[in-house]
Design a binder for this molecule. Structure first.
Ligand code: CMP
Ligand code: FE2
Length: 279
């Protein structure tokens, strides 16, 4: 049995149901804004949109950039809002997070930082792609060792790899300088495992649904809108999109396939400052 593993059981006839939220960029001050969007309100609106569906998720994944100001209070606000959902939440760090502060402040009855989640016929690996003090990412050898050890310990499980940074380029030059620097190597190495059935990330503040052609078949590559501001796809310079914040649902089946969709807050409440040139 591996250390640092959380176990969940699900009914055999049911898929594993996940909800992902990412990049809330919360502030200590609940009035704090990122480029004209109140990130506390937009995060709450995303959670409300999800809650209203009464979707029976098993767990929630939060894929980094929880804080925008590195404050203990921003993490506490996250925990308080998540606790109200009454759903286990597993998180990993983004480039805007302070992992040590997270470990101390991201605690609650439903909030966990363990990296290995054993749930029904699936294994979800919460990887750390951050590089201290840098906006870009890199997957270090320790993380590859964790993948290897987990797959060896649970050879019969399907594996979903989750992290903050994008292993593929977004064709946005300004954003691609902050990608996972060894993303190509990451996909080549991990797709050799027949168990790896999906890769999921945040960071790019936009939806991605693509397939990576691996030696054992196509692997879904998925990224999810931020719960606050959205980056404009395919823009070489910094530009924001007017589409609303959102979240992703995933259904992981016993046969290793994934059904997934992105959902957004209805209406037009969260419009960013169009003149913004960065943050
Ligand atoms: N104009 C810009 N040019 C390059 N990088 C930027 C710019 N504005 C913000 N960034 C960084 O790029 C990151 C991409 O998403 P993040 O939420 O990690 O936070 C962003 C900032 O750290
Ligand atoms: Fe972000």
């Amino acid at each position: 049995m591996l250390k640092d593993t959380v176990h969940y059981s699900v009914a055999e006839s049911e898929p594993v149901r996940l909800v992902q939220v990412t990049d809330p960029h919360l502030f200590a001050d609940p009035e704090g804004q990122l480029l004209g969007v109140n990130t506390t309100q937009s995060f709450q609106a995303v959670l409300n949109t999800f809650s209203a569906t009464q979707y029976p998720a098993d767990i929630l994944l939060a894929t980094g950039d929880i804080s925008q100001d590195y404050s203990p209070e921003s993490y506490q606000h996250f925990v308080d809002k998540i606790e109200a959902l009454d759903l286990p939440c597993h998180y990993l760090p983004g480039n805007h997070d302070d992992p040590r502060l997270m470990a101390v402040r991201m605690q609650g009855d439903h909030v966990f930082g363990q990296q290995i989640i054993d749930i029904g016929p699936w294994l979800i690996l919460m990887l750390d792609s951050t590089v201290r003090g840098k906006p870009g990412g890199y997957l270090g050898e320790k993380q590859f060792e964790l993948i290897d050890a987990a797959v060896k310990a649970y050879p019969d499980k399907h594996v979903l790899l989750v992290m903050h940074h994008n292993p593929i380029l977004m064709q946005c030059a300004w954003l691609d300088q902050h990608c996972m620097a060894n993303g190509e190597d990451f996909l080549a190495r991990t797709s050799r495992y027949p168990q790896v059935k999906g890769v999921l990330w945040g960071h790019v503040h936009q939806q991605v649904d693509k397939l990576h052609p691996g030696p054992h078949g196509d692997i879904p590559l998925m990224a999810t809108p931020s719960t606050c501001i959205q980056f404009k796809p395919l823009s070489s310079y910094f530009a924001l999109d007017t589409v609303q914040p959102g979240y992703r649902l995933l259904e992981l089946s016993g046969d290793g396939s994934i059904r997934t969709n992105v959902y957004r807050v209805p209406g037009n409440r969260f419009s960013p400052d169009n003149e913004a040139s960065g943050y």
